[in-house]
Write a protein that binds this ligand. Structure first.
Ligand code: GAL
Length: 431
């Protein structure tokens, strides 16, 4: 098993050579709002709305078409746009999107078919990668449906990485295997982002589940390779504004790609304001590129945090109490010690949704947080930090990959197998 693992890792050590995705992608994806009911008019209207609503200027530059864009069968061995719904063809659509100052993304699958039953790219990696490059595609989301169980998942994703590398077009490569094969262990060498979980839904329980399944994974992310908590549901379903604020801030803090998933023709102005929260987006796009994670919890109170370039900290205080119950508001604190800041260090605290300075604090900060809501603050030591001692997750052990071909029956191994994984690095990741 060990030899096999080493061989697999050698294969994965070639790395993606696209120089894009150094920061989490900001953009739009059609799936959450439209599912398979997409067409070129919707995509064009979305492009225009991204501009008119100020989203492009806020940094959302990718416009990604998800599943159901192609003909149901290949034509001369190639994928082509669905003749009924994308009559102008995908190249013309990509040109239109580019003419609006946006980047264009597409979707395919590492199996025989996409999840909605359209042709997948398994076995056609080279021809499809070249087709997309010829069309001017900037982003590929690569799904995991309809793959034979005998195929090792890493091979299928590496095959498309290598095919993309062979084209001369830099394409951001977004892996969507739903976190089923410990992608955080191998995907940093394969793609620019990897989904950590199954699909998101516009409910509070779905958001909390993804948050919990993604906890502990911050140490695997870094510039050019980020965990993807799935596309945003801000503006969808019955989420309250507090829940939308929490969802957005936590996705931003975790350095997830932020891909808007609401219908921009009808989005509520309050949801739009959350998506445009400039200083929250700035956490996501921070130069250091270190993902946030859970650093403290007690009862229904949680503290999530990430270090920022220059020694600051981004902190999300989350109240999980039930709205309308007795405990509508909680006082939640974070101490400098928990943040790896020397006690007694004066630091400026700023509320990032309110865009308001809250003053200078020296040992801890406490805020009132409403149930199913967050307070999001930036804490910046005055005068900076000489040595940054942020290592909250550094002492955790890391298990090796789970392989369907392993002789341990596909489990993650025993306590004695635990080790630091080659290629995994400290939070101050590769540049
Ligand atoms: C799922 C994927 C979704 C969406 C859908 C399309 O596997 O996780 O985000 O792309 O397929 O069929």
């Amino acid at each position: 098993m060990r030899l096999l693992t080493i061989l697999l890792l050698c294969g994965a050590a070639l790395a993606l050579e696209n120089a894009v995705g150094r920061k989490p992608a900001l953009g739009y994806n059609t799936w959450n709002a439209f599912g398979i009911s997409i067409d070129e008019d919707i995509v064009k209207a979305t492009a225009q709305r991204m501009i008119d609503l100020g989203l492009r200027d806020a940094g959302y530059v990718y416009l990604n078409v998800d599943d159901a864009w192609s003909e149901p069968v290949r034509v001369d061995g190639k994928l082509i746009g669905n003749r009924a719904t994308f009559p102008s063809g995908i190249k013309a659509l990509a040109d239109y999107v580019h003419s609006k100052g946006l980047k264009f993304g597409i979707y395919s699958d590492a199996g025989s078919h996409t999840c909605a039953g359209f042709p997948g790219s398994r076995g056609y990696e080279a021809v499809d990668a070249q087709t997309w490059a010829d069309w001017g595609v900037d982003y590929l989301k690569y799904d995991n449906c309809f793959a034979p169980a005998s195929d090792w998942i890493v091979d299928r994703y590496v095959a498309m990485r290598d095919a993309l590398n062979e084209t001369d077009r830099p394409v951001l490569y977004s892996l969507c295997e739903w976190g089923v094969a410990d992608p955080w262990l191998w995907a940093p060498e394969v793609g620019n982002s990897w989904r950590t979980t199954e699909d998101i839904e516009p409910t509070w329980s779905s958001i909390l589940k993804i948050l919990d399944y993604s906890t502990g994974l911050a140490r695997f992310a870094g510039p050019g390779h980020f965990g993807d908590l799935d596309m945003l549901e801000v503006g969808n379903g019955e989420l309250t504004l507090g829940e939308q604020r929490a969802h957005f801030a936590l996705w931003a803090l975790f350095k997830s790609p932020l891909l808007i998933g609401a219908d921009l023709r009808t989005i509520h102005p309050d949801s739009l304001a959350i998506l445009k929260a400039r200083e929250v987006i700035a956490i996501n796009q921070d130069e250091l590129g270190v993902a946030g994670d859970l650093i403290w919890q007690q009862g229904a109170s949680r503290v999530y945090a990430a270090p920022l370039a220059g020694g600051g900290r981004a902190v999300v205080l989350l109240n999980l109490h039930t709205p309308g119950g007795q405990y509508v508001v909680s006082n939640i604190s974070v101490s400098w010690e928990e943040l790896g800041l020397p006690a007694g260090t004066p630091a400026a605290v700023r509320d990032l949704y309110a865009t308001a300075d809250l003053g200078t604090f020296t040992d801890s900060f406490t805020a009132e947080v409403t149930a199913h809501d967050v307070r999001v603050v930036r804490i910046v030591p005055l005068g900076g930090l000489k040595h940054d001692s942020w290592r909250p997750w550094f002492s955790q052990t890391i298990r090796g990959p789970t392989s369907p071909m392993s002789d341990s029956g596909g489990t993650s191994g025993t306590a004695s197998d635990r080790k630091m994984f080659p290629g995994q690095h400290s939070m101050f990741a590769r540049t």
